[in-house]
Design a protein around this ligand. Structure first.
Ligand code: CO
Ligand code: CO
Ligand code: CO
Length: 314
């Protein structure tokens, strides 16, 4: 919808909303730019402390995805006026401790009365204007490296349906709690060209945005994609989030998927992720060094010259 608004024309806007990037970037001086982002959502796990911490990790992620360093945050709280205050305190404490882990400070926030709980943060970060990693920087010939496993949406849906095992939920929760800070630091130490974090639009949806913004084609090797334990099984058993279907509908017509790909894998490629990893397009020669230095990182594809379909899954 933002695309219908008049375009921002200000020489200090280094990244605006027209490329559907992770965060906006505003240049303050030739050496320093602000990275700004906001995100909040309804509870996705039962434990309030963990929900708060995941919401914080998720909000911080968009700053890391731009190559930035988060410095301050404002909380956004929607909570029932007669709701349990101990639960709210736990949500806020989980969030605050994750924000602190990132070396970031909470400056304040805003709360409203709402029957449906929602929580998240607006986060501000800093980046050198010459070191911004946008989703428009991928180049044909680049390798694509990803830093987390896929499946948090399917596993959350399986949890709601009562079919997820405790261990599988724990692995998914741990993944969502993990900050993208070390992934960002590792990315900044190699010749990276572009980056985005994988969140609500799923792997293919965000790869498509990267392909469009960068005017390239993105190739994903389905056999290389790593899934969280249980994700394939729950997808097979029909634990499909509503957002997944929307993603598939939205990105499907610009995506070419190899004939005969198992349905549960196709579904997971569109699975909306919460606090997902960084998808990094980088100089092919640097990919082994990035993967070696960052536990959990792996190569899942490559960047090709532009073509009719922006994403191809082989
Ligand atoms: Co993002
Ligand atoms: Co976001
Ligand atoms: Co970025």
């Amino acid at each position: 919808m933002l695309g219908r608004l008049p375009r921002v024309t200000n020489e200090n806007v280094l990244v605006g909303f027209d490329t559907a990037d992770d965060a906006g970037v505003y240049k303050l001086t030739p050496e320093c730019a602000l990275v700004q982002t906001v995100d909040f959502f309804t509870p996705i796990v039962d434990d309030p402390y963990t929900f708060g911490a995941i919401a914080a990790a998720n909000s911080l992620s968009d700053v890391y995805a731009m190559g930035g360093r988060p410095i301050s945050a404002l909380s956004i709280v929607a909570y029932p006026v007669n709701g349990d205050l101990d639960t709210l305190e736990e949500i806020l404490r989980g969030g605050a401790e994750k924000i602190r882990e990132a070396g970031c400070v909470i400056l304040g926030g805003h709360s409203i009365n709402d029957d449906e709980i929602k929580f998240g943060y607006a986060v501000t970060g800093l980046v050198h204007p010459d070191r911004i990693l946008t989703n428009a920087g991928a180049r044909a010939g680049d390798a694509l490296v990803f830093t987390k496993r896929i499946g948090t949406g399917v596993i959350s849906t399986a949890l709601k349906r009562g079919i997820a095992s405790e261990e599988d939920v724990r692995a998914s929760t741990e993944s969502m709690l993990e900050l993208n800070r070390s992934a960002c630091e590792a990315m900044l130490s190699v010749d990276a060209h572009g980056c985005t974090d994988i969140t609500g639009f799923g792997l293919v949806g965000h790869a498509l945005e990267m392909a469009r913004a960068s005017k390239v084609k993105v190739e994903i090797d389905a056999a290389a994609v790593r899934f969280l334990p249980g994700a394939l099984e729950y997808a097979r058993r029909g634990a499909i989030p509503g957002g997944l279907k929307n993603n598939r509908e939205f990105a499907g017509c610009n995506t070419e998927i190899r004939e005969g790909m198992p349905e549960e894998i196709v579904n997971l490629l569109y699975d909306p992720q919460t606090s997902g990893g960084l998808l990094i397009a980088l100089n092919e020669a640097d990919a082994p060094r990035l993967i070696e230095g960052l536990p959990g990182a792996y190569r899942l594809g490559r960047v090709l010259p532009p073509a009719l379909k922006s994403v191809v899954v082989v």
